[in-house]
Write a protein that binds this ligand. Structure first.
Ligand code: LLP
Length: 423
């Protein structure tokens, strides 16, 4: 955090800064706030498309967008158009993707507790792959899969790799609810159980070691373990999951999707994985995070003896990441993007608890105050997708911008939406 003007590298690819406005996709953020209200999620289509293309070009066919990071029909269609499969983790995500018009044979179904109904639907619509997680799921599949209702799957394994990231988003270690352990022999057993079921094809194995990872070491280690584990088999697919980290604040830097994929390819080659094996990933955050910014309006500024609190019209309901993981963000004033930011404030939301902090110490121009539109960059991943209606706050609208035009892809919730479940 610093009093320097905001780094443009944290903004979407098409961002331009002028003395009194910021444009993304050729559209003024000030105009967007005026037209759609705040809080508002704004996504740059060019950034989304370019990250999808990068993933599609560095991995093989079957590489997927992890839709948990941000899902709506428009996003699913965009990722599909750019050549990616869509990874879903629940029946709800599957439903949104199917409604979007993305064909089922481009959908990959995850989940550590897939219900009978979820599996039944996945088989009925003919998804591309199911990533099998546990023995109970195999029993459910035994009753559902037949040669006329076949299943193509990968087996999720835990490679025993400890990724360097927050413990809540670490998944490759042995002590985890996800996947089958390689070291105990469960992964091997799962593959043989699945192969007993007529109609099941096991294409290979899948590992996901965690999220927001900045180094390639863990991914390379995973590839070595998967290579070793699969060396006697004739699998045609290996998936390393998602997890590539992104920079959220000025002092961070991250690898591109291309660099990440190239490192994984290099490790696969070194580990002797046959060229014919499709190498796959499932990036989520690295596709959508930097493409998105959130716009808020400042409603109250309260100096206390220790600091100044600046309250905006959203908060932990549209971005729970600071509260959940202690994640850092930056903020800037949309009308003064080139100005220095000498004013330290604690940026808070409108929810009824002290923990409702978006940025512990945000730096803003001296003139920023009540009525200012401010933006937090790099909010495209796990913000809207983890948004809630806490305090009955309606979820923000989402707009995509491209070539000077904005289109609303999710409208703002209203009070009728909040009341729709009342019986
Ligand atoms: N594949 C699997 C099996 C996953 O579980 C995940 C994320 C991904 C792919 C995508 O990972 P990514 O590329 O986005 O790191 N809510 C947390 C992140 C949870 C990640 C869960 N799984 C956050 O806001 O940081």
């Amino acid at each position: 955090m610093s009093s320097e003007p905001l780094l443009i590298s944290l903004l979407p690819d098409t961002a331009t800064l002028s003395i009194d406005d910021v444009t993304i996709g050729g559209v003024s953020l000030r105009d967007l706030a005026a037209a759609y209200g705040t809080p508002l999620f704004v996504y740059d289509e060019a950034t989304l498309r370019s990250r999808c293309r990068e993933a599609a070009s560095v991995f093989d066919d079957g590489v997927a967008f992890a839709s948990k990071s941000f899902l709506c029909g428009a996003m699913a269609r965009l990722a599909f158009e750019e050549g990616l499969c869509i990874d879903v983790a629940t029946g709800g995500e599957l439903d949104i993707v199917l409604r979007s018009g993305v064909p089922a044979n481009r959908v990959i179904v995850h989940g550590n507790n897939k219900s009978h109904d979820e599996l039944e639907r996945a088989l009925a619509v003919g998804v591309h792959r199911v990533i099998v997680d546990n023995f109970d799921e195999i029993e459910r599949l035994r009753s559902l899969v037949t040669p006329t209702s076949p299943l193509s799957c990968l087996v999720r394994v835990t490679p025993g790799v400890e990724a360097h990231t927050h413990e809540f988003v670490r998944t490759g270690q042995e002590d985890t609810k996800f996947g089958f352990s390689i070291s105990t022999g469960d992964a091997r057993k799962a593959i043989s159980f699945l192969r007993e079921i007529p109609g099941v094809t096991v294409h290979g194995v899948h590992a996901h070691i965690g999220s927001q990872i900045f180094e390639t070491a863990g991914f390379r280690e995973t590839i070595e373990i998967l290579a070793d584990f699969t060396s006697d088999d004739d699998f045609d697919e290996l998936c390393v999951g998602g997890g590539l980290g992104v920079a959220y604040v000025a002092n961070e830097s991250s690898l591109s999707i291309g660099e990440w994929g190239t490192a994984i390819r290099g490790a696969a080659k070194e580990a002797g994985i046959a060229q014919s094996v499709r190498l796959l990933g499932e990036p989520g955050r690295s596709i959508v995070a930097q493409a998105g910014v959130t716009l808020y309006r400042v409603g109250a500024v309260k100096p206390v003896s220790q600091r100044t609190y600046m309250a905006v019209d959203g908060g932990m309901s549209d971005n729970p990441r600071p509260v959940l993981y202690g994640s850092g963000y930056e903020a800037f004033d949309v009308s003064r993007p080139l100005a220095g930011r000498p004013q330290p404030v604690r940026l808070v939301g409108k929810h009824c608890e002290s923990g409702d902090v978006l940025i512990d110490e945000a730096w803003l121009p001296q003139e920023t105050g009540v009525g200012s539109i401010i933006a937090t960059p790099v909010t495209g991943a796990y913000g809207y997708s983890m948004a809630s209606n806490y305090n009955r706050v309606p979820r923000p609208a989402v707009v995509f911008v491209a070539n000077g035009e904005a289109r609303e892809v999710l409208r703002r919730e209203n009070f009728d939406d909040l009341a729709r479940l009342e019986v």
